[in-house]
Design a binder for this molecule. Sequence first.
Ligand code: PLP
Length: 415
Amino acid sequence: MGRDLQSVWHPFVQRLTDPDPLPIVRGEGTYLYTEEGEKYLDAISSWWVTLHGHAHPKIAEAIGRQAKTLEQVIFTDFTHPGAVSVAEELLELLPEHFTKVFFTDNGSTAVEVALKMALQWWKNRKIERKTVVTFRGGYHGDTFGTMSMAGKNSFNTPFWSYLFEVQQIDPPFPGREEVSLNQLKEIMEKDRVAAFLFEPLIQGATGMRIYSQEGLETLLGVLRADGAFLIADEVMTGFGRTGPLFVSSHLKVTPDILALSKGITGGFLPLGATVTTERIYDAFLSSRREEALLHGHSYTANPLACAATLASLSLLREKSCQQKREWIGKAHKAFCKKLEGTSRLKRIESLGTILVAEFAGDGGYFSTLRKSLISHFMKHKIIVRPLGNVLYFMPPYCIEEEDLAHLYQTLESFL
Ligand SMILES: Cc1ncc(COP(=O)(O)O)c(C=O)c1O
């Protein structure tokens, strides 16, 4: 621990007031283990990435095999079988009009690329459209482009004067759909929208805020009719978190661009993928190099990450995995029903494998309730990471019945 504190700077941590990091040396299934052999239930899939459990042997073996064959190759003028297979398999799982996959290596850059694709499309086609619309209270990553997309908020205060401009509307929360639609129409009366970026159905990092699918579809329909590009940020929702593999496959108005990451490799290695259509891709074909998408990262489509993805996708496709996700979804719903009306809770709801409990009172990301929630759950050997006064569970799909019950009981004992 001393060595860590001496030399490591951790993300999203206020060192003066937050507890020291817990050293973890091993993972297996839903559990993480300390050096002393104490085990902790990972209720948040280690920042929403772990799908099938820690150190899953099938994924570990696939990475091992790949490491002995080809560990890395520059991905501009070269390709490798793993990347091609990942692209083919993703396209097979997604609606037909998606035909091209652009790789990066995390969620923020998958979104950055999505934005660049949309904005450069208008430039390449020599049409003047610049306005980007996003939902207020969203989160799309920590690079400057993605911070800008979230709008000025308390995550990015020091950088407000450096962020570029976006127009924002409220997400269509149930009963507020009309408000969002009117806000959008007001923007569209003044400006032609180039692109609309959204987290489908649930705003994750800012408080697991679930909004109306119908309301979203109405907004998407209006934007589509005016030719704006629709970008779904499925970095969190992708790969089964909300039940189906992708929210976008089930929307009445299908997006033009999808940003994927997090669960893509089953939680083993960093990879990002931005998936798009032939119509977008075509606008980048030109005799002028400047009209290409001049964006790339050193570890783009890393072969080890691709091998992990292929192994994870094969597990994800198994009937038993789908059944497990459905079972978690049903258990969450039943638990929500049980706690409905609890006075300390402002809301308790679920979406697929995600369960959300928002506490009444002292709200927001900086709520002090966070600390007492963490300390209560750590006493019960459960890892959670509340977003202020919003506690959520997003377990790996391999979670067993008694572990899920342990999560629920620990929330009840806190209440
Ligand atoms: C919806 C969404 N988009 C983008 C990101 C950024 O992903 P990364 O942390 O891999 O950059 C996140 C991360 O939480 C996210 O939830």
